[in-house]
Design a protein around this ligand. Structure first.
Ligand code: NAP
Length: 331
């Protein structure tokens, strides 16, 4: 395992962290608690020490399962990253909400569900357009001074929002989507974070499973599975993405004797500015690519070839914008 130390802290984090969105079950067709706990234990056995969660993942369930899995002394050797600033209590959608009273309530709820005295990394899940980011930074800075959180991060923030936030808080990370198939941050977010020494915690390295190599045109998404509304997974675009993944898989096998899932992981780890990659697994066997990630690297030619394959196969690319939460009515 490789490690990085988050800026402004002494927190030494594994470069692959376990993400617990799918563990929460909500948006992923339901939860299997026993498998989730086994997955968290398997991650620890592989040297993963950072676990990323959020109140919205399973509406509290992911934080609770994580606490349960870390019982019995495991919490002492792990770092927990969770989030604030999303209202998932309404029936008409998910809304950004970084009002002071909301964050002060959310931090207490997360501490209780996580059964811990301190959150190692507290991240604003999405920027709230109705509240200046500087004000949100000040609230998190206050929580840090009170000892409730150790480090401060943001997620899905644009450079101007980070610049405003940094007026009142020291930023230790930004968590955006980033994978071979979702490159939007390369224009502005990645350069800003590199320039300001803010490590990226990249989410969705498999692009919600698209880069696992396991999807076919006949794959169905049951129940509340988010991919039933994800535009990448709808025809006719789905077949373009499947073709890209098949070509990337052939390339990885021919050049490195690896599969597309390994390529997707290594590609994200190898991007300058990416500190940590979030692996979205909920079954222990899904962690199989992790140990092999450290034994190889991509070359400059590999990056070019991957880009060539993508340009040749995907004529109608689409990003993760469908995940953006709504803005509540002002006032
Ligand atoms: P992802 O890279 O897209 O991976 C999740 C998908 O990969 C799931 O479909 C899973 O399959 C599949 N998968 C995982 N390991 C596999 C394996 N070995 N073989 C085949 N398929 C495999 O990641 P993600 O879940 O979207 O994101 C990762 C984490 O990032 C989340 O858990 C969360 O912590 C964080 N995140 C943050 C935000 C944010 O706004 N800050 C947004 C999204 C995610 P199954 O469906 O079979 O389980």
């Amino acid at each position: 395992m490789e490690f990085i130390t988050l800026p402004h802290t002494d927190l030494r984090c594994s470069r692959i962290a376990l993400g617990t969105w799918s563990i929460g079950g909500f948006g992923w067709g339901g939860m299997d608690e026993a498998a989730s706990i086994r997955t968290i234990h398997a991650a620890l056995d592989l040297g993963i020490n950072l676990f990323d969660t959020a109140p919205i993942y399973g509406k509290g369930a992911a934080e609770e399962v994580l606490a349960k899995a870390l019982d019995g002394g495991r919490r002492q050797r792990t770092l927990i990253a969770t989030k604030c600033g999303l209202d998932f209590s309404r029936s008409d959608g998910i809304f950004t909400d970084s009002r002071r009273e909301v964050i002060l309530r959310e931090v207490e709820e997360s501490l209780r569900r996580l059964r811990t005295d301190v959150i190692d990394l507290y991240q604003v899940h999405w920027p709230d357009p109705l509240i200046p980011a500087e004000e949100t930074g000040a609230i998190l800075h206050e929580l840090q001074k009170q000892g409730k959180i150790r480090a401060i991060g943001v997620s899905n923030f644009a450079p101007a929002q980070m610049a405003s936030f940094q007026k009142s808080a020291k930023l230790s990370s930004n968590q955006p989507p980033y994978s071979l198939l979702e490159r939007g941050i390369e224009r502005e977010v990645l350069p800003y974070c590199r320039e300001h020494g803010i490590p990226l915690i990249a989410y969705g390295p498999l692009c919600r499973g698209m880069l696992s190599g396991r999807m076919t045109a006949g794959t169905n998404f049951a129940g509340d599975d988010i991919r039933s509304v994800d535009p990448k997974f709808q025809p006719p675009r789905f077949s373009q993405y499947l073709q890209a993944v098949a070509r990337l898989d052939q390339f990885a096998q021919a050049t490195h004797r690896k599969r597309v899932i390994d390529l997707a992981l290594r590609w994200t780890l190898d991007q300058p500015g990416v500190g940590i990659v979030l692996w979205g697994g909920r079954k222990p066997e899904q962690l199989a690519p992790v140990p092999g990630a450290w034994t190889w690297r991509l070359t400059a030619t590999d990056f070019k070839e991957a880009d060539r394959i993508l340009a040749e196969t995907i004529s109608d690319p689409v990003g993760p914008e469908f995940l953006t939460p709504q803005v509540r009515a002002a006032g």
